[in-house]
Design a protein around this ligand. Structure first.
Ligand code: GLU
Length: 507
């Protein structure tokens, strides 16, 4: 019988979620939804030394912000919980015991100091110490000690670990759904710790046992976990649960904008872009790391950008709604090689999603910001303004920068423009123009444009000489939408008053 697709995102709460982690969650989510399956969130917190307070909430909030809502998991309910590994602690021992009983694992009593000593010694000889089939027979474990001594050590409460006994010279071959055939020889692998005497399993054991108990059918995770795959495969085999073993897929790295090396927080700090979905405040140092959300990205832009980091639809299409992503997503079209992150592309996606929003939607986002600034503008006017300037914006926060002059007279004038465009006779001409404006009754853009053109023709004044100075007076700079539209929106009195103010200030 075909099993229902079930995938999991299994982060460790060791800090904020990197955007690479969000992409892993996204690809799991897309795969699950494409196949009518379930997407689980499991928190892998067996390594209590690396636990960071707040990280778990951060992960959950990030997934929610991105719209990647789990069907089951910490904070989302489900039948096969608990979904936080520390709460599943009593469950793992029997699996570790089973491996001891069938000879696939052994107790090891070497102390941290002893192992450290061995590591240092190897280092001095330019070697790397590894607890494996070459060294295990010379170390302090249940393979070398007598059964009586092992029992006595266990009974006296001495600390121990349970290590996997890596079999000798076996080729572990697997069809990774992204990478194709991958093969490992067990002689290259070490005897990983599976369980500790404090009763906690390590990542490897807990991960495999939980994937089994949670009926996971596909493991989709970052490529840094590929080296763990042969051990995981052997664990399924040694536990006698190979029948339920999931298929594996290892996602490519997200690379630095330069193209070489894994994208890190430092790249973001250096080049000024976020690498985390949400702002993160380090609970120890208080250091702040910026987030896509707080930087003003729309979640749909962030997700669209992430989806194309390592996956492509095989067509020219670049803009995808989440529904379109679910339809088009396919692990076979995930690339094996790393995907270069381009911060400019991220902005470009945001610009696209901002342009897709109606002036009314953007107005609803903008009005609270105006209120905060003490500006109580007519929403109808704000909507017109937003419609005029939205194409100049990449982020919602650009709305103010592009439109402030509609709500507040400029306090200063762009110096370069003043220097090049404010000539000796400019003030005089503008003075005459304000007098002419006073005489106009009809103040809509079309009417003013017509009357003003006739006036300029009669005066034999070139438009070029006055338009930029007028814009400078109204806007403070030399760019913006059509000047007559600005006249109309500001109203006659405000237009005239701003021109007069500029004449006084710039003189
Ligand atoms: N806890 C691991 C992590 O932090 C999970 C790896 C896996 O998906 O197996 O990424």
């Amino acid at each position: 019988m075909e099993r229902k697709v079930r995938v999991r995102f299994a982060p460790s709460p060791t800090g904020p979620l990197h955007m690479g982690g969000v992409r892993t969650a996204l690809f799991n989510y897309l795969f699950a939804k494409k196949h009518g399956g379930d997407f689980l969130l499991r928190i892998e917190d067996t390594d209590q030394n690396r636990y960071v307070p707040g990280a778990e909430d951060y992960i959950i909030e990030s997934l929610k912000w991105c719209g990647l809502v789990p069907d089951e998991g910490v904070g989302f309910g489900g039948e096969l919980g608990p979904y936080r590994q520390s709460e599943r602690k009593p469950l793992y021992k029997k699996y570790a015991d089973h491996l001891i009983e069938n000879g696939c694992a052994y107790y090891a009593f070497d102390t941290a100091e002893e192992l450290d000593e061995l590591r240092k010694k190897a280092e001095a000889e330019k070697q790397v110490f590894s607890y494996d089939l070459h060294t295990r027979n010379g170390l302090k474990n249940s393979l070398t000690l007598s059964p009586e001594e092992v029992t006595q050590r266990l009974e006296s409460g001495e600390s121990y670990v349970i290590r996997f006994k890596m079999p000798e010279n076996r080729d572990i071959v697997e069809e990774d759904l992204i990478r194709g055939r991958v093969s490992f020889n067990t002689n290259q692998l070490d005897d990983k710790v599976l369980f500790k005497s404090d009763g906690m399993p390590t990542y490897h054991l807990a991960n495999v046992v939980d994937d089994h108990l949670m009926n996971i059918t596909h493991v989709i995770r970052g490529e840094e976990w590929l080296p763990s795959m042969p051990l995981h495969i052997l664990l399924y085999e040694s536990l006698g649960i190979s029948e339920t073993r999931p298929r594996f897929s290892h996602l490519p790295l997200i690379l630095k904008p330069e193209g070489k090396g894994k994208l890190s927080k430092r790249d973001g700090d250096k080049m000024g872009f976020p690498v985390f979905p949400l702002l993160w405040k380090d609970p120890e140092t208080g250091d702040i790391s910026r987030g896509y959300r707080e930087d003003g990205y729309f979640p749909e832009a962030f997700i669209n950008m992430l989806a194309l980091l390592g996956w492509n639809p095989g067509t020219e299409q670049e803009f995808f709604s989440i529904t379109e992503l679910i339809e088009s997503f396919d692990l076979e079209r995930v690339t094996k090689s790393g995907a270069r992150f381009d911060p400019e592309k991220a902005k470009w996606f945001n610009r696209h999603y901002l342009q897709q929003k109606s002036a009314a939607e953007l107005t609803a986002m903008f009005i609270p910001e105006l209120k905060e600034k003490g500006i109580d503008a007519d929403p109808k006017k704000v909507e017109i303004v937003v419609g005029l300037i939205k194409e100049r914006c990449e982020f919602a926060k650009d709305l103010w920068a592009q439109s402030s002059y509609f709500f507040q007279a400029p306090e200063s004038y762009d110096e370069k423009t003043v220097k090049s465009k404010w000539k000796a006779d400019t003030s005089e001409k503008l003075q005459v123009i304000t007098e002419f404006f006073e005489t106009l009754n009809d103040w809509n853009a079309e009417a003013v444009k017509e009357a003003f053109s006739a006036f300029m023709t009669a005066k034999e004044w070139g438009f070029g000489a006055v338009m930029v100075p007028i814009r400078l007076a109204l806007v403070g700079g030399s760019s913006g939408p059509d000047l007559f539209v600005i006249f109309e929106l500001l109203g006659k009195d405000e237009t005239i008053s701003r021109i007069k103010k500029a004449i006084n200030k710039i003189q």
